[in-house]
Design a protein around this ligand. Sequence first.
Ligand code: M6R
Length: 366
Amino acid sequence: EKGGFEHFMLKEIYEQPSAITDTYRGRLLVDEGVIRMAGIDDNLERFTNAKRIIIVACGTSWHAGLVAEYIFEDLARIPVEVEYASEFRYRNPVITSEDVVIAISQSGETADTMAAIKLAKEKGAFVFGVCNVVGSSISRETHAGAYTHAGPEIGVASTKAFTTQITVLTLIALKLAKAKGTISKTDFHMHLSELETIPQKIEVALLSNDHIKEVADKYKEARNCLYLGRGYNFPVALEGALKLKEISYIHAEGYPAAEMKHGPIALIDEDMPVVVIATRKGHYEKVVSNIQEIKSRQGKIIGIVTEGDTSVRDLADYVIEVPDTIESLTPLLTTIPLQLLSYHIAVMLGKNVDQPRNLAKSVTVE
Ligand code: M6R
């Protein structure tokens, strides 16, 4: 049942190219220049007239929501707020019938997310679900939705659910951008053809597995670890840190790279590995100068870089390459090495990777 893999988590990491292909099936029609999603098409005006989108979720799904915030605002020009479902439900939020709420949940059973949905419905918002488990409670409670179609995710640490959530949310953002006229025809088509190449590029990213194992071996004894990223890759830094915490029990924190000098830089010394997502897009130069700041304090640098990068390689202790793509799609690639890095560290430390202590796959109590 693990398909020859030692753990479900590893199997699920390797399933990402086919899982994303399944997410695209019947939806991403590159030749026709169309994205087809019934849940959006049937409710298009709710979305295009929305004053704002509020995304509610927990854990890794909340991180996918943060990536979506960048892409929705960037492409569709709709204001987005991303909320922890557990906070949203208890803080008397301002919600009206002009809001669209998107609830993201792999299991479709998370208690806090469910409660947030019920509250949003009571206040008259239109609620859209992005779930993986077909027929789950959240998929039934929402007004409409889109499944991720990632297939069953058994490992407690979410992997393919995350990348397929980002995929679905990207498709939605593009669809809305097209409907609202906030994206040019050329840009829309460029995004579609880039999306199509992602599964194959993930295959390439997975080829770094042996190299990532070496990096894992080098840093497995670390007590703390920092993850930094900017823009679209700031949420990926948060997700990388969560993956390491939950399966290896090493304390890790994710930060927007520029926030480092507002506090965390004080932690940096020769015992602190810092994973920096520094793809050659967006704020690349700024991230490189953040790397210089870490280096001058003797921090150990693991750079996640675009194929062929030399500037970061000159500064970093290790670099892990991912293929080039457009900025908005980089999270789908930069996430892969971070998943593998935490997986290998946890295995080397002898931890129960698929069922980490104290954690449940779906959190059905608050
Ligand atoms: O099923 P959900 O997506 O609603 O679950 C939300 C979180 O409990 C979940 O993502 C959790 O953070 C994972 N263990 C992270 O790997």
